[in-house]
Design a protein around this ligand. Structure first.
Ligand code: NAD
Length: 243
């Protein structure tokens, strides 16, 4: 039986590349998106063109009940989820003094509770199967912290903490939990930067350029496959040498 990969934020720049890459690797795809109907439709038709069994779910990762029902459906439809990629996330640039309580609640709900929710409902089947891979998308800012991105950085650091702890707890069940910490990747998430700001930022990166979503998808592909079975509780930074 083919294995199913569940990807959150799959309508986005990095998420859609992850979904397509894992489909090419032979996985069936459960793809979750929040509000980008156009991105979701594009992914749906690309996966259909590839002839891959898939289902697109509209969901809010921060909503516990919503995620519970989606995992129930995915377990039914695909016979269980073997690979979970927690990729959904939102960013915010604000001075610490301008951050509101609502900002804090939204960022922590999506970026951290969303990871908890999806792990919560993916793990029981993986434990039953004594096999599974969880790949969390953090950020280089979760490793070293970014000025004007205090809460974003903190949520991404929390994802790293969850990864390391859960990896140790699930290791005896042959489930690997790892984390990727991307640097600046060329997606909509950086659309707030002007062309000049992007060029200045790229100049600070030793490799002199932003990363591409495909480059993150390639790491996910490795972590989701059999060649990485002895790797767990790791944070793989992909930032062109910036940090
Ligand atoms: P993106 O904005 O293109 O995609 C974000 C995705 O998250 C979208 O599909 C969106 O629908 C989804 N999402 C947002 N809120 C959601 C919610 N409540 N429920 C479900 N899904 C929701 O951004 P991206 O660059 O592709 O980011 C993907 C991940 O990579 C994020 O976790 C981001 O923090 C991380 N990241 C990105 C960069 C970068 O420079 N682009 C750098 C480091 C880490």
């Amino acid at each position: 039986m083919k294995k199913c990969a569940f990807i959150t934020g799959a309508s986005g720049g990095i998420g859609s590349e992850i979904a397509l890459r894992l489909a090419r690797d032979g996985f069936e795809i459960a793809a979750c998106y929040h509000s980008d109907e156009e991105g979701a439709k594009a992914l749906d038709s690309a996966l259909s063109d590839m002839g891959v069994k898939h289902k697109i779910y509209k969901a809010d990762v921060s909503d516990y009940k919503n995620i519970k029902s989606i995992f129930a459906d995915a377990t039914d439809y695909f016979g269980g989820v073997s690979v979970l990629v927690n990729n959904a996330g939102i960013a915010q640039q604000k001075l610490f003094t301008d951050i509101t309580e609502d900002d804090f609640d939204l960022l922590t709900a999506v970026n951290f509770k969303g990871v908890f929710n999806c792990c919560k409902f993916a793990v029981p089947h993986m434990i039953h199967e004594k096999s599974g891979k969880i790949i969390n998308i953090s950020s280089m800012w979760g490793v070293c912290g970014a000025s004007c991105e205090t809460v974003y950085s903190a949520t991404k650091a929390a994802v790293i903490g969850l990864t390391k702890a859960l990896a140790r707890e699930l290791a005896p069940s042959n489930i690997q939990v790892n984390c990727i910490a991307p640097g600046a990747i060329d997606t909509k998430m950086n659309d707030n930067l002007s062309a000049e700001e992007k060029a200045a930022f790229a100049n600070e990166i030793p490799m002199g350029r932003f990363g591409m979503p495909e480059e993150i998808a390639g790491i996910v592909s490795f972590l989701a496959g059999g060649d990485s079975d002895y790797i767990t509780a790791q944070v793989i930074t992909a930032d062109g040498g910036l940090t």
